[in-house]
Design a protein around this ligand. Structure first.
Ligand SMILES: [Zn+2]
Length: 262
């Protein structure tokens, strides 16, 4: 499998541009706002953004992280998620090449990025995003079955079963957690998200993702608990990060390291 530098660069730029769109989707869908209208504007002064203020990452840097008109600080979230999407797309290309797995990977990672934006901002994992992501993934899995001669049992039925199993396990953890902590321990969105995670990385790895996410979230939760009594912790971004790490590395880091050392 050849890795083409120009191709990699174009895929990275494509990721940056889509990341910019995902910011819009992640911020607007939980508010039941249209993702098309109104055009992007400053949330403080309603200044409508011109094309040169909409260039992913670069506009943020050139504008010094401030609105051109009212000078209000622009959230660091925007360029961060643009860059993250670009990097996720590039890594998908490095790991999977141009293949159906690449498209499954970028669809999955895009879904994770959008729900992470919504979860961090509003503590909501929008159903709409999970549904659209799942439909696209199922279509790609069907295409994979057809073009790569994979049986529908292995290529479609087993992933769906894995998703359902992962969903059921986290649902069980939630019921136990709710009873133990005498309050809502996990949001419904996290449980639905596990369906998508299980669908793509499989049942076993989805269980690993729950443990990995808890492990990554632990220090952050402790700091939050010490700083103030803020009980709301979005778990979606941690699950997403864990699932992304597993998808791209298969928890075998040699493969990824090889790309950077060779
Ligand atoms: Zn402004």
């Amino acid at each position: 499998m050849g890795i083409d530098v120009l191709m990699g660069f174009m895929i990275f730029i494509f990721g940056l541009v889509l990341g910019s769109f995902y910011n819009v989707v992640g911020y607007r869908v939980p508010n039941n706002m249209s993702i098309v209208f109104p055009a992007s504007h400053c949330p403080n002064c309603n200044h409508k953004l011109r094309f040169y203020e909409l260039i992913p990452v670069l506009s943020f840097v050139f504008l010094g992280g401030k609105c051109k008109k009212c000078k209000k600080r622009i959230s660091f979230f925007y360029p961060f998620f643009e860059l993250l999407t670009g990097i996720c797309f590039l890594l998908s290309y490095l790991v999977f090449g141009i293949s159906i797995e690449f498209f499954i990977s970028i669809t999955f990672l895009s879904t994770l990025i959008i729900i992470s934006i919504s979860d961090l901002k509003y503590y909501i994992i929008p159903d709409e995003v999970l549904i659209v992501g799942t439909i696209l993934l199922l279509i790609e899995m069907i295409i994979n079955c057809i073009i790569n001669d994979v049986s529908f049992f292995n290529g479609l039925f087993m992933p769906i079963l894995s998703g359902a199993g992962s969903f059921a396990i986290l649902f069980l953890i939630k019921i136990l957690g709710d009873a133990f902590f005498k309050k809502e321990s996990l949001g419904g969105g996290d449980i639905k998200l596990l369906f998508v995670i299980g669908l793509v990385i499989g049942f076993d790895m989805s269980l690993v993702s729950i443990f990995l996410a808890s492990f990554i979230a632990l220090p952050v939760s402790v700091v939050q608990l010490v700083k103030k009594n803020d009980n709301v912790v979005s778990f979606g971004p941690y699950l997403s990060l864990a699932a992304a790490i597993i998808l791209l590395t298969n928890l075998n880091f040699d493969k990824l390291l090889l790309f950077f050392t060779s």
